[in-house]
Every structure is written in C-alpha cells, then in structure tokens.
Design a protein around this ligand. Sequence first.
Ligand code: BEZ
Length: 210
Amino acid sequence: MALQLGDVAPDFSADTTDGSMNFHEYLGDGWGILFSHPADFTPVCTTELGAVAKLGDEFAQRNVKVAAVSVDPVDSHKGWIGDINETQNTTVNYPIIADPDRAVADLYGMIHPNADNTLTVRSVFVIGPDKTIKLMITYPASTGRNFDEILRVVDSLQLTAKHSLATPVNWQPGDDCIISPAVSDEDAATRFPGYTTVKPYLRVTPQPAD
Ligand code: BEZ
C-alpha cells in the first residue's frame, strides 16, 4: 500500500556519498527531508541539488537533516557532485543516497511506472521527529522543485507541532496564524490572548514570537 501522511517513514540502510547510512539514525531526534532525483548527471536535478546546498543554513536553523536519493551508484554520485559544485557555485553538504537496486525508491513509492518505468519522479518527504511522514509532494521529472516552498511548509509544520496553530493560504513566516479547530475558545483565550474571531470556526492570532 502506498505511503500516507502519518505513516512511519520506512527505515533503511544504504551507501551514500558521506559513507554508510541508517536513515532513522541519520535523522536522530530532529526533522528530516528525503527527496528523490530521476538520475545523476541530469540538468534539472543538478540545479536542485545546488539550491539545496545553498539552503544548508536554513535547514540547520530548523533542525532539519536533508538527504537526496538517486538510482545510481555512489561513484557516479561523487562524480556528479563535482559538476554540481562547479556549475552551481556551491558545495554539496548533505548525503546523496546510492540506490542502484531501487530499494529505497521502491520502499517510498518513488517510481511511478506510468510516468517512467526506471527513473524516479521528484518526491519530497518531510519527516517529523517522531519519524512519521508530515508531508509528501510529487513533481514530474521535467519540473524543478521550489525549495523555498518546502522551507515554508517546514515552518508551518513546526508551528503546528509547537503551538497547535494552522497556517492560512499563502502564509509566510510572520503572518497571522489560524487557531486549530481542536482548541476550545476557553483554551484559545489562555494560549492566544486577544485572538480575533472572524467566524466561530475562523479564529486568527499573530504568530507567537518563539
Ligand atoms: C533532469 O533532471 O533534468 C531531468 C531528468 C529526467 C527527465 C527530464 C529532466
């Protein structure tokens, strides 16, 4: 059965450009992002991997560990990293998982046979500290992902985890937030003093400072 939100992110051990990895151990008690690439030495992927390297500080600030996966062996990945660093003017600072037998791709349903029988689609999994899947996004091979959007989602997920707040359409950090319907008016008054009731089901409060 396909993975769904709330499922435990499947654990695996694999060879990577940073050595052997056990995925759950690599994530530790923080957040994680696992994202797939159709293949090494492909143009769109090259730009994506460079962009993720440049966002390294942003991921670290959010306690997020990233790992890429592609269905090629580690020697190929290492050669490709040279090209990524050169052409994208950066240094890849996270592991790229080697998956020549497609074990990880199959575990995560990253191969969509009606799109392509051998290459993975562009999957993104955001995984919480409890190891459950908080977000899944799937892009076709021809469309590069927007990693600023993925950071925005991580900010929203972390806000929900910490404060029981949801985020409205097109929310950006610093914008007003929505009080989860699961929070009673009484609790809301204690936790979010001065919140605004637009409708009984639509209660809005400034983003907490911390
Ligand atoms: C790419 O990463 O550039 C790519 C890979 C497979 C199909 C199309 C584009």
